[in-house]
Each structure stands twice: as structure tokens, then as C-alpha cells.
Design a protein around this ligand. Structure first.
Ligand code: AHG
Ligand code: MN
Ligand code: MN
Ligand code: MN
Length: 335
């Protein structure tokens, strides 16, 4: 009800993270400061996305990134915004971005103990047509702050201390987990604050939606083809599932988290490791999904158990409702 919204005890993301911090007596507020700087980046990108069409921020830069993708103006702008926000927080020591070939080592005078891996703008192909896009991030703590190394980054997703995404859609929502559940915050533009609107998100145990790019069907392996076939023509005579595919991982995952179902970017003959990048797309989303009671599976193993060898390495992913992922695990012969 609207009057409840005008409660005076607005739970902003900062207050929420401070509450979480109070559970860690040794915490010195560094994490809260880091999150505040990530939030600042999200607010900036949200405003840039909302006026992209007006501010000539759509379209290509004419350059390509390390992924071999044509960089959009918003890819570059978002990347610069997050790099600057993260460095200026004084709480990071290594940054890994989809848009930077090498990891960024923060200058010693501004170093902190956190490592942030991020996709500054996810779903770039949807920018120019106004479809939801987002930002994805994951946070590790460095082993030795005095000499951060690449080994600090090439670790299982399981060792992340936090992960989240911001979706720039009909509303701007930030979804975050710091290891004890998942919470969703909606930006109130009149306050410039992210307000807790979705406390303790849990994904439905089973869903009625499958999400995959059917255009790749000719390249799928047997288990994927069989799973999708069963979504469309259920062997047990139940009603077929609905297909929903937006093409922005953040939007497809956000819908899956709230409504249930499964999102897949499988391996295929063309790309044996699928398309999505392990460190800053698959790991953060897998961390969130498990915190919300779901599963994340690569076709061979639990996604969070993978150890990246390279910072831009890709991995197939089947992620979503517990029971839905269980089905694909059985088809892949993994128990
Ligand atoms: P990004 O825009 O950060 O490069 O990521 C795009 C990804 C992801 O957002 C989405 O799930 C996937 O690309 C869609 O790929 P297809 O267009 O091949 O389906
Ligand atoms: Mn990209
Ligand atoms: Mn992406
Ligand atoms: Mn991106």
C-alpha cells in the first residue's frame, strides 16, 4: 500500500549494508564504502542509459574490445565510470572488466583489500532499441594486500564474498548478496536512493519458463537438445513451458530469479565454452542464484567450483530453479 511506502524508516542500500556489517564486529566499514561507490556508478549509468537516445550516447565507438565485439559508446562510458568509482573508493586493489584486456592494479596509495570483477554494461546489443541492459559485479578479498597477484583473481566463484547486478529497465533495480541471502533495491529517482523493495528473494523451486537463444539449436549437444525438446513437448503430458529470451543476461536472470524457470547459454559446436564470461557474468549470477535457493551448472559441474585460468575465459551455464537445473544435470549424467 502507498502509505506503507511513506514509512519513515526507509531501508536504503547503505543502511542495509551497514546492518549486515554489524554482524561482522571486525569490519571497519570498508565493504560499506566499496558498495557505496558501486552504487554511485550504477546511479550514473542509470541516468546515462535513460537519456542515451537524447544525449547521442547510442551507437558504436568504431573500436572493438578484447572480446572481438564492436564497442558501444555506453560500453566505454560505463567502464570508465565504474573504474573511476572503484579506484576512488580506496578499497580495491585489482579490477577486472570485460572491456579491459588486462587486470588493473590499483596504485598503492589508493589500494584496499577488495578485488572487483565486473561487466560494466551487459546486453550491449539491446542499447540502441531501448531494451533492458545492466551491470554485473563480483567481489573477492585479496590474500595479501601488499602484493596483489593474478592468483587472487583466478579463484573459484565459491570464494566470492559478494555479488550483484543492476538492471536498467522500466525501473532501476540493484540485486545484491553478501553471503546471507539476496536482496533487491529499487532506485527512487526523487531521492536518488536505492530502497529495499525485494527483501530475501528466493527463486521458485520449479518454473514454467525456459530461456535460451533458439537460433543456436542446430549447434546444441544432445543433452541440451533433449532438455529443450522436453520443455516444448513434455513427455509427462504436462503443458509446455513458455520461452522468454531478452538477450541481456541481467534481464533474463532477473526474470528467472523472480518468476522461476531456467536460463541457458549452452556450449555448442561453434563455441565449445559457450559465450558468457566466467569471472564477471557466470560467477556473480551463479553466486546470487545459489543464495536464492537455485542452482548453476556448467553441463559438467557446479559453476562456482570452476577455477578460471584466464580472466576472460567463457563457460556454458544452466542456471535457475532447483528442480529445472536438476533435470538438465540428469540429462548430462551429472549427479
Ligand atoms: P555483453 O553485452 O556484456 O557483451 O553481454 C552480452 C551477453 C549477455 O548479456 C546475453 O545473455 C548474451 O550475450 C546474449 O547472447 P546472444 O545474442 O548470442 O544470444
Ligand atoms: Mn560485450
Ligand atoms: Mn555481459
Ligand atoms: Mn558487457
Amino acid at each position: 500500500s502507498t502509505e506503507s511506502y511513506h514509512r519513515t524508516d526507509l531501508m536504503t542500500i547503505t543502511r542495509h549494508v551497514l546492518n549486515e556489517q554489524s554482524k561482522h564486529p571486525e569490519a571497519r566499514g570498508d565493504f560499506t564504502i566499496l558498495i557505496n561507490h558501486i552504487v554511485l556508478g550504477c546511479k550514473y549509468v542509470c541516468s546515462a542509459v535513460n537519456k542515451a537516445g537524447l544525449a547521442k550516447l547510442i551507437g558504436l565507438t568504431g573500436n572493438s574490445n578484447v572480446q572481438g565485439e564492436e564497442q558501444k559508446k555506453l560500453d566505454v562510458l560505463s567502464n570508465e565510470v565504474f573504474l573511476k568509482a572503484l579506484v576512488s573508493s580506496g578499497r580495491t586493489c585489482i579490477l577486472v572488466s570485460e572491456e579491459n584486456e588486462e587486470p588493473i592494479l590499483v596504485e598503492p596509495s589508493k589500494r584496499g583489500r577488495y578485488i572487483v570483477v565486473f561487466d560494466p554494461l551487459d546486453g550491449s546489443s539491446n542499447i540502441d532499441c531501448g531494451v533492458s541492459i545492466g551491470t554485473i559485479f563480483g567481489i573477492y578479498t585479496v590474500k595479501d594486500q601488499e602484493n596483489p597477484t593474478l592468483e587472487d583473481v583466478l579463484r573459484p566463484g565459491e570464494t566470492m564474498v559478494a555479488a550483484g547486478y543492476c538492471m536498467y529497465g522500466s525501473s532501476c533495480m540493484l540485486v545484491l548478496s553478501t553471503g546471507s541471502g539476496v536482496n533487491g533495491f529499487t532506485l527512487d529517482p526523487s531521492l536518488g536512493e536505492f530502497i529495499l523493495t525485494h527483501p530475501n528473494i528466493k527463486i521458485p523451486k520449479a518454473g514454467k519458463i525456459y530461456s535460451v537463444n533458439e537460433g543456436n539449436a542446430s549447434n546444441w549437444d544432445e543433452p541440451t537438445a533433449k532438455y529443450v525438446e522436453n520443455c516444448k513437448f513434455p513427455r509427462d503430458g504436462s503443458s509446455p513451458k513458455s520461452l522468454r529470451y531478452i538477450g541481456s543476461m541481467v534481464a533474463d536472470i532477473h526474470r528467472t530469479l523472480l518468476y522461476g524457470g531456467i536460463f541457458m547459454y549452452p556450449a555448442d559446436k561453434k563455441s565449445p565454452n559457450g559465450k558468457l564470461r566466467l569471472l564477471y557474468e557466470v560467477f556473480p549470477m551463479s553466486y546470487l542464484m545459489e543464495q536464492a535457493g537455485g542452482q548453476a551448472f556448467t553441463g559438467k559441474q557446479r559453476a562456482l567450483d570452476l577455477i578460471p585460468k584466464k580472466i576472460h575465459e567463457r563457460s556454458p551455464i544452466f542456471i535457475g530453479s532447483h528442480d529445472d537445473v536438476e533435470e538438465i544435470k540428469e540429462l548430462c549424467g551429472a549427479f
